[in-house]
Design a protein around this ligand. Structure first.
Ligand code: C2E
Ligand code: CA
Ligand code: CA
Length: 676
């Protein structure tokens, strides 16, 4: 557009310049000619004065009729009347016909009058194209003839400019061609620039769109664009298009990879997993990363459940293969859950929800599995969500309470303290087991508040007990990674309740040390420094309980109930328990046995050298108002019943001997160098 305009403008300019050039040329020729005529024609002034045409004048004028480019002339008197036209010089009376034609009737009338008055030349270019007696291009030039300053007449000179015009035109054509070439070049450069800028803009727009639609790390679709793709598929399906399914994919052990090898390794795994998924897809299928280690696949053209199952099996298989990360081989594995549009769900949102529920089901059935959506499970999940809501409310309403279970020295007589165990009485469901609601609190982030409340509640209660009775409080691993610093939380609880730190025992499980080990150990060390005792709970149930014994100077380990209860039946259990006790003692660690329900169990544990006993045999968890702090209550179960000792909950015996008896285990190993 701009280019065309420039070329048109250049054309007009060339046209104008060439006309001016021709006119200048013609004017010079005409003036030269007129002056020449004036000079060399005798009696010309007489002719202008109206004194007739002398024969010598006529002969000279006839000779001058054609000279160079001049092919005709006309003479006018100073009144502007035409006197003579050169063409008439052959006639008998050249003045005859012309004299009648006054200048007032001539086309150049005004112009000639102006010339006579002003004494200036006037030039007009004409085209004779199509007229046989005219050249193709000619100029009519009016040149005044002067006498002193007086105009005595006007010579109109006709100059043939055809040849000159042709020359100028060809020169201009050449120049024009060059200019046009240059213009086109310029235009071309401009156009190229414009095109390039447009291409850049297009590329930027494409990049922006890509970023808006894709997950930057893996290049898979993001959640929003996946959702849009599902909407389109749903629309097509409703218009009679093919069936489709969503497969949600969750990497099973991605967190471990991330925690142990770092985020860069984690990112590598995510990208590799995306690539593997892409490799399994057919035309029309899509893969998206929904966040973290969650992926989803839109499987198109699904005819039946077999199609989905086949793809899911291939996904599980492909993602089970190990990844090569920084020279190491790591495995993450994946669980897959699927739901079909139109079968399991009628809307896209519901489809996603159901595929999500299906993954959950696949995961809870053991990892590395595939599962379809299952309505029963969905109901259970909904129940769980409701339960979480109720728990949140329960926390607000303070209807969660704390029970306490006594811990005895192995003699079965000496009360050492209590373990605080949380209780939640649900208004409709009744008692919800702590294992259930604590796991729920961990999942929903309620655990921090719940744990802090429990800690304060337990410390407050214990502060009212006679020293040195201790209170053991269970800590969830989540409390170590919460927003509030656990060390501060514990310090604040002790301060608020004035409970000496030594009388607080914190129970942790091995799961805490499985991830973020260093952070956890740092926190434990800070807690121990405050004087708080640290116990390892459920000892023997994990994979590497023993390994952690070397990493931190625990005050106590609690042998899991499973060992206690296996004691009578299996010789090997006793051997294991004995080994644990020997090992712990060698490190200066006290040993507690949980879940003691029978006299023989207690007897055997005592023989094996166990330090502390806890279990229904000696006392069940009870609300604080029912605690007696009676160290001899269990005797009813160990010795022939004594009527006055039968009701352990109402028993009230002097506590002196309990409280003052020193701990029999000296923690001398604490200062020993730890074997690695
Ligand atoms: P745990 O820390 O191992 O607590 C001991 C569990 O064994 C308690 O179950 C207790 O009632 C039960 N128990 C004690 N003696 C016997 C016995 O002789 N036989 C049998 N069969 N069981 C016995 P509970 O109260 O249901 O607690 C279950 C788990 O819930 C606890 O296991 C602990 O992991 C968790 N929990 C309880 N309260 C809290 C708490 O305040 N905070 C945290 N983080 N976890 C808690
Ligand atoms: Ca415990
Ligand atoms: Ca335990």
């Amino acid at each position: 557009m701009a280019g065309t305009l420039t070329v048109a403008l250049a054309g007009v300019l060339i046209q104008y310049t060439s006309t001016r050039l021709l006119e200048n040329d013609a004017e010079a020729a005409a003036v030269g000619y007129a002056h020449y005529v004036d000079e060399v024609t005798p009696g010309l002034r007489d002719l202008f004065e109206g004194r007739g045409l002398r024969s010598d004048t006529r002969e000279q004028l006839a000779r001058l009729r054609r000279m160079g480019e001049v092919f005709r002339f006309k003479l006018f008197d100073r009144e502007g009347r035409q006197i003579l036209v050169s063409d008439d010089l052959d006639h008998a009376d050249p003045l005859g016909p012309s004299r009648a034609t006054s200048l007032s009737q001539h086309r150049g009338n005004d112009r000639v009058a102006a010339i006579v008055l002003g004494g200036a030349n006037f030039i007009e270019t004409k085209s004779g194209r199509g007229k046989p007696d005219r050249p193709e291009v000619f100029v009519e030039a009016y040149v005044p003839v002067l006498q002193g300053r007086q105009v005595v007449g006007v010579v109109e000179v006709y100059v043939d400019q055809t040849a000159t015009a042709a020359r100028v035109r060809s020169a201009f054509l050449r120049v024009g061609a060059v200019v046009a070439g240059l213009l086109m070049l310029l235009g071309g450069v401009l156009a190229a620039q414009v095109w390039q800028r447009q291409a850049e803009r297009r590329r930027a727009a494409e990049r922006l769109r890509y970023l808006a639609e894709h997950d930057v790390l893996s290049g898979a679709l993001n959640r929003t664009s996946f959702h849009q793709a599902l909407q389109r598929a749903a629309w097509r399906h409703e218009k009679g298009g093919p069936g489709f399914a969503v497969l949600c994919i969750d990497l099973d052990r991605f967190k471990d990879v991330n925690d142990s090898l770092g985020h860069v390794a984690g990112d590598t795994v995510l990208c590799a997993a995306t690539e593997r998924l892409r490799g399994l897809l057919r035309h029309g299928d899509l893969v998206a990363r929904l966040g973290g280690d969650e992926f989803a696949v839109l499987q198109s053209a699904v005819l039946g459940p077999d199609d989905v199952e086949r793809l899911a099996a291939r996904i599980v298989e492909a993602l089970a293969l190990p990844y090569e990360v920084g020279g190491q081989r790591v495995s993450a594995g994946a669980s897959v859950g699927a739901a079909r549009f139109g079968v399991d769900a009628g809307t896209v949102a519901d489809l996603m929800h159901k595929a999500d529920v299906a993954v959950y089901r696949a995961k809870s059935g053991g990892r590395g599995r595939f599962s379809f959506y299952d309505a029963g499970l969905d109901q259970r999940l909904a129940d769980r969500r409701n339960l979480a809501r109720d728990l949140r409310q329960a926390l607000k309403d303070e209807v969660v309470s704390m029970h306490f279970q006594p811990l005895f020295r192995a003699d079965g007589r000496t009360l050492l303290g209590y373990e605080a165990l949380m209780r939640w009485h649900h208004p409709q469901r009744g008692a919800v087991p702590p294992t259930e609601f604590i796991a729920l609190a961990e999942e929903t982030g309620l655990i921090e508040g719940l744990g802090e409340w429990g800690l304060r509640r337990a410390c407050k209660e214990a502060a009212g007990w006679p020293a040195p009775l201790t209170v053991s409080v269970n800590l969830s691993a989540a409390q170590f990674h919460g927003e509030r610093d656990l060390v501060e939380v514990v310090a604040a609880a002790l301060k608020a309740t004035a409970l000496p730190a030594r009388r607080l025992v914190l129970e942790i499980t091995e799961s805490l040390l499985l991830s973020h080990t260093d952070d956890a150990l740092r926190t434990l060390t800070a807690l121990a420094k405050m004087g708080v005792q640290i116990a390892m709970d459920d000892f023997g149930t994990g994979y590497s309980s023993l390994a952690y014994l070397w990493r931190f100077p625990f005050d106590k380990i609690k042998i899991d109930r499973a060992f206690t209860q296996g004691l009578g039946d299996d010789e090997r259990v006793a051997l294991i328990v004995r080994s644990i006790i020997t090992l712990a003692h060698s490190m200066g660690i006290r040993v507690n046995a949980e879940g003691v329900e029978t006299g023989p169990q207690l007897e055997q544990l005592r023989r094996l050298g166990c330090d502390e006993i806890q279990g229904f045999l000696l006392g069940r968890p009870a609300p604080p108002e029912r605690l007696s702090h009676d160290g001899t209550s269990h005797l009813a179960l160990l010795q022939p019943p004594r009527p006055e000792l039968e009701d352990i909950q109402t028993q009230s015996v002097p506590l002196d001997d309990v409280a003052t008896e020193p701990m029999h285990l000296v923690c001398n190993a604490k200062t020993m160098p730890m074997p690695l």
